[in-house]
Design a protein around this ligand. Sequence first.
Ligand SMILES: [Zn+2]
Length: 301
Amino acid sequence: MRKVLLYLLLFSLTACLTKSKKENGNTIKIVCTTSIISDWVVNIASNEMQIIPLLKTGIDPHVYKPSKRDLDILRSADVIIYHGLHLEGKIIEVLKKMEGPLIINVSQNYSQDLIIRDPSFPASIDPHVWFDLDLTRSAITTITQNLSAEYPQFKDELDSNMQAYFSQINNVAKQVKSIISSIPEGQRTVITTHDALSYFGRSFGFNVKTLQGASTVSEFGLKEITGLVDFIVDQQIPAIFLENIISPQAMISVQKGCKAKGFEVKIGPELLSDSLGDKEDQNTYTDMLLFNARTIAEYLR
Ligand SMILES: [Zn+2]
């Protein structure tokens, strides 16, 4: 009896994990871990493809654990697309066990010399690569190639959408460059909670200083806060920034610390770090780049 139950249990689990594509009808269901990948795919996909972001906007991917609802969404997918480089800490374990959907890791063709590593821990990789446009183009090309191989009937459409999207990204990159260049060189230091903007800074010419490392899991305490306060007061930095995936508490402590030393530092709006925003000028990838550049320039100029 126990054996029969075990068999039934295993059978139903396997049935869930290897759901046939036909069950979704003609629509190809593509589940993307973050709102950033989702927007890339929306821009290149065919109308026959349905794109679903797993994480809502404003959710931190570093610490996110899939809920039961997420597991159901993942199991019903034809394609699952994720960032890799350990960004989606807890989702990867689930993906490793999945059979059935085509799973695309967008980091598979990244040029390794463009990847930012912590010099004291070379194994630790900064996963916020969407702020480097060469790496973004590599990720989008990887998605397009994998979707074209799986669904060759859409290859021409995917390729042509990708080329059009690349032109749009190139245009936005020029605008971002000109906005950041409008900040006097000596004032280009962006301070946030976790280290998500190093690729953005490298690409467009500003420095980044943070309380935490490249994951929100990394710890910080009084020592880091005091160090940052001293830096801000010493350099007379006019503003620090919140992030849309992190509580404002740490930056409020930094502001109080500066005040105690007689220096008023402004707290700027939430920059979009690991997720798009909900507002109209924040809810696409290209808007994310422009919103961050404009906000940084407004507060540091
Ligand atoms: Zn992050």
